[in-house]
Ligand binder design. Structure first.
Ligand code: FAD
Ligand code: PYC
Length: 416
C-alpha cells in the first residue's frame, strides 16, 4: 500500500484534495457478468470478495443504488459478539467473529477492531436465569462466555450504577471478552479495495429495478444504467429484501422496520466496554473519537424512513441515565435511522430460491453487522456451488415450510 508523507498530506489539503488516486476503480457496467451481487453494503462486498478469492469467480459486479456503505453498513452501531443461544446461530456468528479477528490483516486495512468485551445485563432473577443458560450453551459450543455478579460487573465497567435502590437493579451480566466494536466504513472500504483488486466491478449509482427470468431461471437484472445479463444474481439489500425479491416474483417472510441510533458529544474515555440491557432497552459503547454510541429498539411500525424521532430520544435517554447517572448532563449530537429486515424467528435467510440462479441473503434484522464476514463467506459458497455452505444450511428458506425455525429473539438483544 502506498504511504503518504506529512508534506504530501499537506499539499493535498492545500490544493483541495484533487490529487488522490482512486482506491478502487469506477467502471462502467458491462453487458454481462458471471455473477451480479445486488447491494454494496458490507455483506454484498464481502460476498463478492470471497467469491473472487475462494471460488475463483472474477467476472462479478456489485451493483449499489447509492454509494457503498450508505445503507445499514454506515448506520449501525458495530456491536460484535457471537453469544447466541442455539447451535446453528453460534456456528455462524462465531465463524464471523473468528474472521473479524484476522480481517484487518487479511484486507491490509485498519478496521479498528476493538475486542473490548460486551456485557449483557440482567436486572432480575428471571433474566439472570435466561442469561446463565446462554452462557452454558455458548460454552458447549466453544464460544467464550462468562457470568459476572453485580460487583464483578462494576469492576469491569466502573461507571455503571449497581445500587440496589436503582429502578432496575443490576443482578449480574454475561461477558463475552472477544466481543467489541469496529469501524464500519473502514470495513466497507477494505472489502471494496480487496474485491476490486481481484477484478470485481463495483458500480455505484446503479439501482436494480427488475430481475429478468426465463423458464424459471434468472437471466440478469434491469438497472437504471441498462440491462445486465448474468446466470447468477444474489440479492444482499438488507432493508429492501422484500422489494428486490418481489422483482423475482418471490414473497419473503420478512417485515421491514426502522431502527434508530444516536451519538453524544465526544468526552474523555469513560466507558471501557459495550453495555447492553434488554429490560431497560438501551445499549451503549464509546467510540475512539469519544462519542457515546447509543441504540434503541426497533420502531414498532413498518416503514422505509431512515430518520430519527423524538420518542426514541426520550426513551433512550431515560434508559441510559438509569444505567449511567453520570451521563445525565451529556448533550446528544446526531440521530439517524436505518431499515432492518426482520424474520419471524429473528434469524437470517441465506438461501437459494425457487428461481434458479437467484440467491437471497436477508433478514439479519438488528444484528447483521457482526455477521458481515461470516455471512459473505458462506453466501459466496452457496452461490458458487449452488448448495448451502454447511454453516448456512439451517438458514435456508425451507425452514419456514418445515418449521425448523432458529428462534433467537432473546439473543437478538435490545432491538427486537
Ligand atoms: P446494507 O449496508 O444496508 O447494504 C445493502 C445495500 O443494498 C444498501 O447500500 C442499499 O443502498 C443497497 N440496495 C438496496 N436496494 C437496492 C437496489 N434495488 N439496487 C441496488 N442496491 C440496492 N448489527 C450488529 O450486528 N450490531 C450492531 O450494533 C448493529 N446496530 C445497528 C444499528 C442501527 C441503527 C441499524 C439500522 C442497524 C444495526 N445493525 C447492527 C444491523 C446491521 O447494520 C445490518 O444487519 C447489516 O449492516 C446489514 O448488512 P448489509 O450489508 O446487507 O446492509
Ligand atoms: O445485535 O448486538 C447486536 C446489536 C447491538 C445493537 C444493535 N444490534
Amino acid at each position: 500500500m502506498k504511504r503518504y508523507s506529512f508534506f504530501s498530506l499537506l499539499r493535498e489539503g492545500l490544493r483541495g484534495h484533487t490529487g488522490w488516486p482512486r482506491v478502487w476503480r469506477n467502471p462502467e457496467p458491462k453487458q454481462a457478468y458471471d455473477a451480479v451481487i445486488i447491494g454494496g453494503g458490507g455483506h454484498g462486498l464481502a460476498t463478492a470478495y470471497y467469491l473472487a478469492k475462494e471460488h475463483g469467480m472474477r467476472d462479478i459486479a456489485v451493483l449499489e443504488k447509492g454509494w457503498i456503505g450508505g445503507g445499514n453498513a454506515g448506520r449501525n452501531t458495530t456491536v460484535i459478539r457471537s453469544n447466541y443461544l442455539f447451535d446453528e446461530s453460534a456456528a455462524i456468528y462465531d465463524h464471523a467473529l473468528t474472521l473479524w479477528e484476522g480481517l484487518g490483516r487479511e484486507l491490509n486495512f485498519n478496521i479498528m477492531m476493538s475486542h473490548r468485551g460486551v456485557l449483557n445485563i440482567a436486572h432480575d432473577e428471571h433474566e439472570a436465569r435466561e442469561l446463565i443458560r446462554r452462557v452454558e450453551a455458548n460454552r458447549l459450543n466453544g464460544v467464550d462466555a462468562e457470568w459476572l455478579n453485580a460487583e464483578q460487573v462494576k469492576a469491569f465497567c466502573p461507571i455503571i450504577d449497581i445500587s440496589r435502590s436503582a429502578r432496575y437493579p443490576i443482578v449480574g451480566a454475561t461477558l463475552q471478552r472477544r466481543g467489541g466494536i469496529n469501524r464500519h466504513d473502514a470495513v466497507v472500504w477494505g472489502y471494496a479495495r480487496a474485491a476490486d483488486a481481484l477484478g470485481v466491478d463495483i458500480i455505484q449509482q446503479c439501482e436494480v429495478t427488475g430481475v429478468s427470468m426465463k423458464a424459471g431461471a434468472v437471466t440478469g437484472v434491469e438497472t437504471t444504467r441498462g440491462t445486465i445479463h448474468a446466470p447468477k444474481v444474489a440479492s444482499v439489500v438488507a432493508g429492501h429484501s422484500s422489494v428486490v425479491a418481489s422483482m423475482a416474483g418471490l414473497r419473503l417472510p420478512i417485515e421491514s422496520h426502522p431502527l434508530q441510533a444516536l451519538v453524544s458529544e465526544p468526552i474523555k474515555p469513560v466507558l471501557p466496554c459495550v453495555v447492553m440491557s434488554n429490560a431497560v432497552h438501551v445499549y451503549c459503547s464509546q467510540s475512539d473519537k469519544g462519542e457515546l454510541v447509543i441504540g434503541a429498539g426497533i420502531d414498532h411500525h413498518l416503514g422505509y424512513t431512515q430518520r430519527g424521532s423524538i420518542n426514541i430520544i426520550e426513551e433512550q435517554m431515560a434508559a441510559m441515565v438509569e444505567l449511567f447517572p453520570m451521563f445525565s448532563r451529556l448533550r446528544m449530537m446526531r440521530q439517524w435511522g436505518g431499515i432492518v429486515d426482520v424474520c419471524p424467528d429473528a434469524s437470517p435467510v441465506i438461501s437459494k430460491t425457487p428461481v434458479r440462479g437467484f440467491y437471497v441473503n436477508a433478514g439479519w434484522g438488528t444484528g447483521g453487522w457482526k455477521a458481515t464476514p461470516g455471512s459473505g463467506h458462506v453466501f459466496a459458497h452457496t452461490i458458487a456451488h449452488d448448495q448451502p455452505h454447511p454453516i448456512a444450511a439451517p438458514f435456508t428458506l425451507e425452514r419456514f415450510a418445515s418449521g425448523a425455525l432458529v428462534a433467537e429473539h432473546g439473543a437478538a438483544a435490545v432491538a427486537h
